[in-house]
Design a protein around this ligand. Sequence first.
Ligand code: ZN
Ligand code: ZN
Length: 256
Amino acid sequence: MQIRILGCSGGIGAGLRTTSLLIDDDVLIDCGSGVGDLPLEELSRIRHIFLTHGHLDHIAFIPFLVDSILDDLVNDPITIHLQREILEMLREHIFNWQIWPDFSKLPDETNPVIKYEVITPEQQIVIGERLFEAIPVTHTQPAVGYRVQSADGGSFAFTGDTRSTDRFWEVLNTHPELKILIAECAYADHEEVLSQIAGHHRPSTLAEDLGKLQHRPELYITHQKPGEEEQIMRELKQLLNDWEPKSLQRGQLFEL
Ligand SMILES: [Zn+2]
Ligand SMILES: [Zn+2]
């Protein structure tokens, strides 16, 4: 299984893209602006999107993706895996015939180019030889992280957007074989109030949460606010003595 980081920033700016991870050539976790860098030929192979939640930085490029590869999706639709509340948000606010057409009814209702699969936290979904496990986290709306396992057992986990949470770490504690952990840390420590309101980690809350994990996978940090990347990493390195946190990079590849 290959994991390619298409976007891992909390915002935009030259060289920055919002959250999207490509698993092999056909599955996305989130569909932020990083997807827009793929050539059309690679876009046309995507058939599944697992959403962590419905915030714009994670869904913004679904409408453009579907529109760009529309002909390929007729009779071979793309499936979006998401919680029911997030499906309702997409229907009401994005695919509502005003902001964008409702592609779950095009070209016709019986044979659409988008299909939705509602997931519930802790559900496991197998796509080909890969297993995706949705694990609840704590954000400002219903949100999940994912644990993804390859055919030979190698696995990684991604927190998605979250502040301090419990169940995610409890579930990961049952998987000591976990090789890579991608954890969000959106703000530096001086943004205490903002990080609480926005439902994101800052270094001290992430360090506290990582204390709940009983094993030590490789740790990569994602979703930093533009301009605060270096400060966040400095603060994390001071707090995490028994970890070696690295900043996740756009274009980075992992093989599991
Ligand atoms: Zn969010
Ligand atoms: Zn986000």
